[in-house]
Design a protein. Structure first.
Length: 373
């Protein structure tokens, strides 16, 4: 049975070049980067070269890149630091954020009794920027935390516009760029953003490694105490092989970006056409969504909803109903709950997410699998 992987918003397969690069480090550069002998210096060079590679891809200074285990860790650190160190008294976010953001905000609200405001989500899945401006008109030290590309629907935030709004109102801006790093261009010298976060496994790199961009001049409290790794901000011996793998992955992502973006865009269009021709009553959740994510509302009965992923999995087809972090939940998507009416929320919605490794044959297999339900 041919297996079909269409859940690339959850995680992506590693590129062969990334695996080769990581294996080379594991075999040769096994020194501790904090050691002063040749083994340590070699590992340190690999680490700092990787930092420069990532910074070059994002048009920022290498000093602004801090390695973390993943974007969840980075988001927790940044938002907590904003409250504890930077004097933030209010957080503005939305109810369609990843739970790494939402649960962190809820816990900070409980622990420090800070004010939390939720900006409205339009039926298109987009953030109500007019309301954001109104919320920021109140003169309170604020951090705005909004994601660039929604991980469930692919709705896109205008980061540049939000950044300018935040700058005008002297608010900090944290942006979850997990779904967009490596898939669209970033020039952090031009975008008015104070923090972004990323996880390597979303752009064909290894799991267990990510990074935070911290704008120059922002003073952070250490995330972990111990050694002087990451300028004393995150103690602990660095996973050099994972960092090198991440740098290779992002370098290749941007080297191949135009070609792969066109390919994936065409594949998504093919998928939409096939879905609409076979299921005329299908609806797409979200408007003008990101090119590699498609969230569709299927015209199936309510009783088929619970078993749809299971039945597709039996056929070797991997898709999801939403965030992988919530895949075991029977609750409706918190993202779609902000966009759909009660009746549509009961129907099955699928998130289909593509990479350059997918083919039209994968789409055909998905259609056949859905037709057999």
């Amino acid at each position: 049975m041919k297996k079909v992987y269409l859940d690339n918003a959850a995680t992506t397969p590693l590129r062969k070049e990334v695996i080769d690069e990581m294996m080379l480090v594991l075999q040769s550069d096994y020194g501790n980067p904090s050691s002063t002998h040749s083994y340590g210096r070699s590992a340190k060079t690999a680490l700092e070269t990787s930092r420069k590679t990532i910074a070059k891809c994002l048009a920022c200074s290498s000093q602004e890149i801090v390695f973390t285990a993943n974007a969840t860790e980075a988001t927790n650190w940044i938002l907590r630091n904003a409250v504890c160190k930077l004097g933030v008294k209010r957080i503005i976010t939305s109810k369609v954020e990843h739970h790494a953001t939402l649960y962190t905000v809820q816990n900070l609200q409980k622990e420090f009794e800070i004010e939390v405001s939720y900006v409205n989500v339009l039926a298109s899945g987009e953030i109500d920027l007019t309301q954001l401006v109104n919320l920021l008109s109140i003169n309170t030290k604020t951090i705005v935390t909004l994601m660039h590309v929604n991980n469930e629907t692919g709705s896109v935030l205008d980061c540049d516009k939000v950044g300018r709004i935040c700058e005008q109102h002297k608010a900090l801006f944290h942006c979850d760029t997990v779904q967009s790093i490596g898939k669209t261009e970033f020039n952090l010298n031009e975008i008015q953003v104070d923090f972004i976060v990323a996880s390597a496994h979303k752009f064909h790199g290894p799991k267990g490694i990510g990074f935070a961009y911290i704008k120059k001049g922002i003073v952070m409290q250490p995330m972990l105490y111990g050694g002087e790794q990451e300028k004393g901000l995150r103690a602990g011996t660095e996973a050099v092989h994972q960092i090198v793998g991440m740098a290779k992955a992002i370098e290749l992502a941007y080297k191949n970006l135009n070609e792969e973006r066109i390919y994936i865009t065409n594949l998504k269009s093919y998928c939409i056409t096939k879905l609409q021709s076979n299921f005329p009553e299908i609806k797409i959740n979200g408007t003008d969504t990101f090119y590699n994510i498609l969230n569709v509302l299927l015209p199936f009965s309510e009783e088929k909803t619970a078993m749809i992923l299971f039945n597709l999995d039996i056929k070797g087809i991997a898709v999801s109903r939403g965030s992988a972090c919530q895949s075991g939940s029977i609750k409706p998507s918190h993202v779609l709950a902000e966009m759909l009416n009660a009746d549509d929320l009961k129907k099955p919605s699928l998130r289909i997410s593509f990479s350059h490794y997918n083919t039209k044959e994968d789409i055909d297999a998905l259609i056949d699998g859905l037709k057999g339900l």
